[in-house]
Design a protein around this ligand. Structure first.
Ligand code: BGC
Length: 262
């Protein structure tokens, strides 16, 4: 049995992860062999508007404050293919079709790998968190402003799954089942759980995962809604919480997870 993140002592290389969110941009160095942060976490507010140039300056400031000059992994709430952001959820539309990696490389002077936010968080959960060492198909969902998903099979990530946008009863799933939808509609846990039930049942019918992990800020309150779900798949809360994006970004930038670049 391997030790959980936080208890193993690192002996190896470090990476650096930056997590770009709707309200904050956070970055920290990461021990790649344990998933622990290797130094202080720096957080700055997400600029308004959150255009690529403005966000680039904030990322550069974080990296500069930390004194980091090596390779960077950066998460973004968008589909990312070959370093180009293809969509933009809760971030300025100017990111659509932006060459995010080239832009952030120019801004920071570092080599940069840009990845989808849920892919980073999900990969970190698979590697060091709630799905650590779990064989087979692991589906990680992040419940927040939207729903992000990461699909990991035997330690390899299938990037950009975007299963928050599966259409159920003619409606984009995240519009009804995200944490933002719960707040917007003032739903009691039981009511929200009914929507989650429908969502997760649909996912398990289509993907037959061996384990589902639930992340996002609301996973801190998992005891309020996970016991209300009736699924054939085991479903557990995320373990790394706030730091999953940073850790996953650093791991994916170091070439883990996908084998080849997406
Ligand atoms: C976006 C995903 C993102 C998720 C969580 C969704 O609306 O389409 O790319 O991972 O929100 O931020």
């Amino acid at each position: 049995m391997t030790a959980p993140a936080g208890t193993a002592r690192s002996t190896g290389a470090r990476g650096f992860g930056v997590d770009i969110g709707g309200s904050g941009v956070k970055g920290a160095p990461v021990h790649l062999d344990t998933g622990d942060l290797a130094g202080e976490r720096v957080r700055l507010p997400t600029p308004r508007p959150s255009t690529p140039e403005q966000v680039g300056e904030v990322v550069a400031e974080i990296v500069g404050t930390a004194g980091w000059t090596g390779r960077l992994g950066v998460t973004i709430p968008a589909v990312v293919t070959r370093g180009v952001t293809r969509t933009a959820a809760n971030i300025d539309p100017a990111w659509v079709d932006a060459d995010a990696e080239a832009l952030l490389r120019r801004a920071t002077g570092c080599e940069v790998t840009v990845v989808n936010d849920a892919d980073a968080a999900g990969y970190a959960e698979a590697r060091f968190g709630a799905a650590r060492g779990h064989p087979g198909v692991v589906l990680v969902t992040t419940l927040g402003t939207g729903i992000g998903t990461a699909l990991v099979h035997d330690g390899r990530l299938v990037p950009n799954t975007e299963l928050g946008h599966i259409e159920i009863d003619g409606v984009d799933a995240e519009h009804r089942a995200s944490e933002a939808a719960r707040e917007r509609d003032g739903l009691a846990w039981e009511k929200w759980a009914k929507r989650l039930q429908r969502y997760y049942r649909t996912l398990e019918k289509l993907f037959w995962p061996d384990l589902i992990v639930v992340g996002g800020g609301v996973s801190k309150k998992a005891d309020k809604f996970l016991p209300l779900l009736d699924l054939r798949t085991p479903i557990v809360p995320a373990a790394l919480r706030n730091e999953a994006g940073i850790v996953g970004a650093a791991l994916l930038a170091a070439g883990e997870g996908t084998g080849a670049r997406n």
